[in-house]
Design a protein around this ligand. Sequence first.
Ligand SMILES: [Fe+2]
Length: 548
Amino acid sequence: MPLFTVSATYELINIKWLRIILFLSVLMPLDCLAQEVPTTPAPRVMRYRNKLPHPGLLRGPYLQAATSTSMLIRWRTDALSRSRVRYGTTAGNLDKMSSDSALVLDHQVKLTGLLPRTKYYYSIGAFTDTLQGDENNYFMTLPVPGEEGKYRIGIFGDCGTNNVQQRTVRDQFVKYLGNNYMDSWILLGDNSYENGTDAQYQPNFFNVYKDNLLKKYPLFPAPGNHDYGNIDFPYVNVPNRGYDIAYYQNFSMPIAGESGGVPSNNPAFYSFDIGNIHFLSLDSYGRESKSAYKMYDTLSEQAQWVKRDLEANKNKGWVVAYWHHPPYTMGTHDSDKEADLIKIRTDFIRILERYKVDLIICGHSHVYERSKLMQGHFGPEATFNAKEHNLNQSTALYNGTDNACPYIKDAKNDAGTVYVVTGSAGKLGTPKATYPHDAMFYSNATMGGASMLEVEGNRLDFKWIAADGVIRDQFTMMKEVNKKTKIKVKRGKPVTLTASFNGKYSWTNSPQTSKSIQVSPPVGTTTYTVKDQYNCVRDVFEVKVTRF
Ligand SMILES: [Fe+2]
């Protein structure tokens, strides 16, 4: 049999070229003529003419740019290979798959058409090999934007050291999490010391978190100065300034609004929703490519986008912003002396306070510092006046101690922000002379830690999990509680009363302890109240029963 049957259709083909093709087909294996051969093949591929080598897993898998219906899974192999993710909602039955036939070292497979807040098991590999995939390879898609639920978001600041502290903090954090799922985790920058190179990201970040966190929980990072190699990139002659740093290559950000929020079209800053929580991840170090502006310059592309995004997301239950450089700190940095910190405080946070952002979380200082609910303090530490700048003097510990009730916001009183510095997931350092900062209720410079945000409907709990596993600070905020409700019904019809808050319930005129109770009061007016266990919140229901 001849190799090719030349039909009349091809008679016009120059016979000289046909001879060249036949000559090449004899000399080379047929699969080398396929388009999948890389233009610059790696040495390991060259050794295998007819069969690709079995790649080894170098990095990941890790979960990026999550939405309620999609997940981007990334990993790195030590040899060029194709990409395939098998997945399904039952462990051991990965009945769906998504593939990419390109031969790459850095693999990215996006799963689409997923169900919201649904658990998916998955495996990664090439077309025939499985690199990883057991009962610990699973994730949950994000909830539908705006939907209420019980959500957990982990917070790691200044983590990338590859030291004992980083591992201890990680282990205590994972222990606290237990069998609970965490909807995502966020990074506050300085994710890899010393210069944020790819070679440093591997041991200082990816290796440390690969087993317990990266493979299960979608990650939404922010950059710090060390991710930029501590280089204040000039914008002139460097049109893409620091965008070629490893941070932007290692992470995929949802910049088109696919995870919620206004599209930023810029990987340095973006926003996303986890249920009824709106997050803004910002870049407090980089200079913008079209100007010398930084985040704190109110004419910067970033600041202008922040305004548009906050304006468009006023209806969210909670708004949380995070970035690296804190406006208030006397930890390992001094917010009275360092220019970036001063400008963020004097210029930038005014925007966020104007939009009633509930919580601002930063790192950079390798300590933990937490304010009360505050507003309008833009000067140095010495000008902080607790009576003037704290909108609520409570500690908000919400643990039964004195003066510890939650911060409460409602439609009429929705102002105030809690500021947190939680930058000790990998490092500690000596604080400044006036530490603790006067604006802070609780500060800790002696122990490392990471934080957990827990939101259930109109209740937000923030916890700092120290390196010894003890929750050494916490606070609670609530919205739209302390309700007074009047209900009118006809005799014989039961009435369901539902508390406005999440917690423990003590009802008057009823022994029940659930959030909702059913009552059948007699004709006339009966008043029911429900309180939490610390007498901090209280709803009143006036039920009027008529005869007809
Ligand atoms: Fe830093």
